[in-house]
Design a protein around this ligand. Structure first.
Ligand code: PLP
Length: 389
């Protein structure tokens, strides 16, 4: 039985007997039946068995980035990924510091917005909807403004699907002795990120993206000396990473009520990640999904927003067909009726939509999606998928 059949067969049916559709979205995403089943038990937040789950998760996440246990810390935090980004920015950037935010989509813009709210000085290097920030440009910005203390980069900018050149930028930032904060939300677990090759100071991700858990918490992996130096910096009681870390180190517990079922599901999801061959195994499957998707959609006449070299194995943006009968709402509904949920586009300039390749699914699911796309287009009367000029 293929991975997809196994997942499909065990997908939870709703009251109407319909199977839930595949989520071709960048999280929440389709999770395995075993990950869902791990949520069928209640846990006490003070209980030793539950605390062991938390400890194992933190160990495993540090091991995934090859971070030495005594120089880096892993701090899980309740809430969606943005809560963890906000906590990380508040912890990493000194109140008298200044950040350079590299933006090429919604998540870079969101980081700048967070810094506005926090009242931390920052400048934005904005590349628009889909162009990558390059090492040279970052070097120029840093050399021109010595007040900048930290650089924020989104690894995979999920709003377009671009995989930004992290290694190139990390080199430039580190050569100038600045702090590097990476939003690896939608790449961590599938795109390699190791402290040895990318000397980041802080990285943020969450349970419900490439690690294939369910939503409910994020986590920050950061240098311990930086964490220690952040005492008194936090603007918020509940988003104070140092307090959360100290409490966890001392008691093994989360500081406030943990999302116990989500943590249990994530523990199972991490075991499955490991069984698949870790980051390399997951990258291989997602890459096959992406290649099948992009090839199939191009055969149907669709065009991708990005050139091949910038395509991530996470999510791909396609231009909407210029054909007058194409309408995204209808396309979405036709696909959903056939068992697939896709994502609207997030470009400011052109009409587009996005299809994710992450979650518990493989090429056979993508092949069936392509059949569904073909049927949906026929139902809508769209016979030409080229974008509007
Ligand atoms: C998903 C995501 C986030 C966090 O979004 P939430 O909706 O708060 O979970 C942040 N950055 C990127 C790049 C993401 O893909």
């Amino acid at each position: 039985m293929s991975l997809a059949t196994a997942t499909r067969a065990s997908c939870l049916a709703d009251e109407s007997g319909q199977e839930a559709p595949y989520l071709l979205t960048p999280g929440p995403l389709t999770t395995s039946a075993t990950t869902k089943a791990a949520m069928l038990r209640d846990w006490g937040s003070w209980d030793g068995d539950f605390n062991r789950l938390t400890a194992e998760i933190r160990e495993r996440l540090l091991a995934m980035v090859g971070a030495p246990r005594d120089t880096y810390a892993c701090v899980p935090l309740q809430g969606s990924g943005t809560f963890a980004v906000e906590a990380a920015l508040a912890t990493a950037i000194d109140r008298r510091g200044k950040a350079l935010v590299l933006a090429n989509g919604a998540y870079g813009q969101r980081a700048a917005r967070i810094l506005d709210v926090l009242g931390r000085a920052h400048v934005v290097h904005d590349k628009g909807d889909y162009l990558p920030p390059r090492g040279e440009e970052v070097a120029e910005r840093l050399d021109a403004d010595p007040e900048i203390t930290d650089v924020f980069l989104v690894h995979c900018e999920t709003s377009s699907g671009i995989l930004n050149p992290l290694a190139e930028i990390a080199e430039v930032v580190k050569a100038r002795g600045k702090g590097l904060i990476v939003d690896a939300m939608s790449s961590f677990g599938a795109v390699p990120l190791a402290t040895e090759t990318v000397p980041f100071d802080v990285m943020v991700s969450s349970a419900n993206k490439c690690l294939e858990g369910v939503p409910g918490f994020g986590f920050v992996i950061l240098r311990q000396d930086l964490l220690a130096a952040s005492a008194g910096r936090a603007h918020s009681l509940s988003l104070d990473l140092l307090e959360q870390w100290c409490y966890m180190e001392r008691t093994g517990q989360w500081r406030f009520t943990p999302p116990t079922h989500v943590v249990a599901a994530f523990h199972t999801a991490l075991a499955e990640h490991r069984a698949e061959g870790g980051v390399a195994g997951r990258l291989a499957r997602y890459t096959r999904n992406r290649d099948r998707l992009v090839t199939g959609m191009r055969e149907l006449g669709f065009a991708t927003l990005l050139e091949d070299r910038w395509l991530s194995p996470i999510i791909t943006t396609f231009f909407s067909p210029g054909h007058p009968a194409f309408e995204f709402g209808r396309f979405y509904a036709e696909l959903k009726a056939r068992g697939f949920v896709i994502y609207p586009g997030k470009l400011t300039q052109a009409e587009s939509f996005r299809i994710g390749c992450i979650g518990r699914l493989d090429e056979s699911v993508i092949a069936r999606l392509l059949d569904a796309v073909r049927e949906a287009l026929a139902a809508m009367g769209v016979d030409d998928c080229r974008p509007a000029a």
